[in-house]
Design a protein around this ligand. Structure first.
Ligand code: BDR
Ligand code: CA
Length: 314
């Protein structure tokens, strides 16, 4: 069976980079049509460069990279380089990649691809602010029903926020984009901090990854070591959560996560709770569900797949 046609829209980012390495290690299951990048964790020039570097590490020159939006739709940009390092890739060496991004803008690529591929074929994996997709939907609303499904990392309910008390970074970084995507009617599955905080790279798990061979496993191991240090200083205080890889794991092995249908809304105006994800499980005819919200993760199952993918990666 051919792999699932997929576009990965991301802001690498240490955990985005690991998500990319996992996806690019599964060519039978995922047909990665392209990687599109957006400003987020670091500036747009760096996220595009980083995606090209990860593609090189993964030895997947067949996957094009398209650079996208440099700023959120309306708010001032916020970065997370305190978590990801100034380069965005922790302390990984960052030489200039042999090949850069394609000349086409990521938003144009999204519109062209969704219009030219059969309707309902292409899935979108989002691991950064949703600016590219929201902008594509604004320019070409006809693409919305053509999208098979959006699977995204973002938001928090049980866990509270990681950038403010009530907001998760990807949603906070462009709440207006997230709001437009949520209200667009597209089929949406969201994996927020409630589950990503369950999928943590403990020391034992990091050791297991460090024993795998190949450039992808070596890079993942180094990225995780960097994240462990930052997380201990600035984050949860525990082992680093694998936020963005959860999106790829959910696509490859849906049983790893349990989802609940919900009515989801994004806070776009309150200065105090900007970017908060209001997740309402009491859905029905009065308040229809518009998203699937991830509530639980089987972290051992997640890591079994991670070991398998990184073990078989280039
Ligand atoms: C999300 O924020 C970013 O810093 C990470 O790459 C991830 O996408 C976690 O809140
Ligand atoms: Ca990210």
């Amino acid at each position: 069976m051919p792999g699932l046609p997929l576009i990965i829209d991301c802001d690498p980012g240490v955990d985005d980079a690991i998500a990319l390495l996992l996806a690019l290690a599964a060519p039978d299951a995922l047909e990665v049509l392209a990687i599109t990048t957006v400003a987020g964790n670091v500036g747009g020039d760096l996220t595009a460069r980083n995606a090209c570097l990860v593609r090189e590490i993964a030895s997947r020159p067949d996957v094009p990279v398209f650079a996208g939006m440099e700023r959120p739709l309306s708010r001032e940009p916020v970065a997370a380089d305190h978590f990801h390092g100034v380069s965005g890739l922790g302390d990984l060496p960052v030489p200039t990649p042999a090949r850069g991004p394609e000349p086409l803008h990521a938003v144009d690529y999204l519109v062209e691809t969704l219009r030219s591929r059969p309707s309902g074929e292409v899935t979108l994996a989002l691991t950064g602010p949703m600016t590219n997709l929201a902008e594509a939907m604004r320019r070409a609303p006809d693409i919305i029903p053509r999208i098979r499904r959006v699977v995204a990392m973002g938001g928090a309910r049980r866990e509270g926020g990681n950038i403010t008390a009530s907001a998760e970074f990807n949603i906070f970084a462009d709440p207006h984009a997230a709001d437009e995507v949520v209200r667009s009617g597209v089929e949406l599955a969201l994996l927020g901090l409630d589950v990503t905080h369950q999928v943590t790279a403990t020391e034992a798990r990091r050791r297991k990854i460090s024993e795998l061979s190949g450039a992808s496993a070596a890079a993942a191991s180094r990225l995780l070591a960097f994240s462990a240090g930052t997380e201990a200083r600035l984050g949860t205080g525990g082992p680093p959560p694998l936020h963005d890889p959860c999106v790829i794991l959910a696509l490859l092995d849906p049983g790893t996560f349990r989802f609940r249908p919900c009515a989801l809304a994004i806070e776009t105006s309150s200065p105090l709770t900007l970017g908060h994800t209001a997740v309402e499980y009491r859905v029905g005819p009065e308040r229809p569900a518009n998203a699937d919200w991830a509530v639980d993760a089987d972290s051992d199952r997640a890591f079994d797949l991670i070991y398998r993918l990184l073990g078989q990666a280039a």
